[in-house]
Design a protein around this ligand. Structure first.
Ligand SMILES: NC(=O)c1ccc[n+]([C@@H]2O[C@H](COP(=O)([O-])OP(=O)(O)OC[C@H]3O[C@@H](n4cnc5c(N)ncnc54)[C@H](OP(=O)(O)O)[C@@H]3O)[C@@H](O)[C@H]2O)c1
Length: 255
């Protein structure tokens, strides 16, 4: 299975790396040749060259530019190609209408595919069982790949795993900010938080989140006080509301 990638930004580049690590043949097209060269790949191929030489064409541009790209793509011969979109919020119906192809996959990866530690949820239309198996193998290059029953589930995964590295990094940064507010120097604050996060991830390998919270929170202690304060101030409600707003935003990304 030869893979053509259109858009070599954060996600296109990360997926290219994970595919290449699993020995897939990869060709890339992007407006910025330097991004392709950084992967050690040829940067002189046209959009048409990349499409012609590929079995699967991965669309990894922003949803906002999809319509323009679709007009360009329709000039190339896409018949028999499998189109694989990672664009948030662009529906199978939109892809089908704008590209006039029958085999389409919607996949929601996250940036951890770069280290083959990603989560990828995907669903397809028009693909045969053997092709779906090949696609499952392809996606597994990036980490945990889950074939989902519907594209609604792909949208839901966008909110949890797709955006996840972004808002976990936001929380991480908030911890560094608060460590500095408590008087630690930048370097100290970073080292303390980094080790805390890494140590916690290790503990979570053998403890459920509930168990770990219980083990750290002695009755009437400081951790219990801190988490109860977050709960009382509506942490869950704030998080839920943010997810709902993001879900609404996703619906309008390519309009
Ligand atoms: N980043 C993530 O963590 C993440 C997670 C899940 C899904 N996704 C999805 O992945 C897609 C790409 O996101 P990203 O963060 O990788 O974006 P990005 O870093 O902006 O990369 C997109 C790349 O495609 C190029 N491009 C745009 N239009 C093009 C065209 N017509 N022909 C060739 N190249 C073109 C862009 O160039 P210019 O900069 O000049 O426009 C840029 O280099 C989005 O649809 C997003 O929803 C991203």
């Amino acid at each position: 299975m030869k893979i053509g990638i259109i858009g070599c930004g954060h996600m296109g580049g990360a997926l290219a790396q994970s595919f290449m690590k699993n020995n897939y043949s990869v060709a890339v097209f992007d407006r910025h040749p330097d991004k392709i060269q950084a992967l050690g790949l040829a940067s002189d191929l046209s959009l048409e060259d990349v499409c012609r030489g590929s079995d699967v064409i991965l669309l990894a541009v922003k949803p906002q530019v999809f319509s323009d790209l679709a007009s360009e793509l329709k000039q190339t011969n896409l018949k028999e190609k499998i189109m694989l979109s990672v664009m948030a919020g662009v529906s199978l119906q939109d892809l089908k209408e704008q590209l006039a192809v029958s085999k389409i996959i919607r996949c929601m990866p996250n940036l951890s595919v770069k280290d083959q530690q990603g989560v990828l949820g995907w669903t397809s239309v028009g693909c045969e069982a053997s092709e779906r198996q090949e696609l499952q193998d392809l996606m597994s290059s990036g980490g945990l790949a889950l074939e989902l029953k519907s594209e609604e589930q792909v949208d839901k995964m966008t909110l949890i795993s797709g955006c996840g590295p972004g808002y976990l990094a936001y929380w991480y940064e908030a911890m560094i900010t608060q460590a500095k507010n408590l008087g630690f120097q930048e370097a100290e604050a970073q080292a303390i938080v980094k080790q805390t996060i890494e140590g916690t991830t290790k503990l979570l390998e053998n403890n459920s989140p509930q168990e770990l919270q219980k083990n750290v929170s002695s009755k009437g202690g400081v951790t219990e006080c801190l988490t109860q304060s977050l709960e009382q101030q509506g942490f869950q409600e704030i998080f839920q509301k943010a997810l709902q707003e993001a879900a609404e935003h996703m619906k309008n990304l390519n309009t």
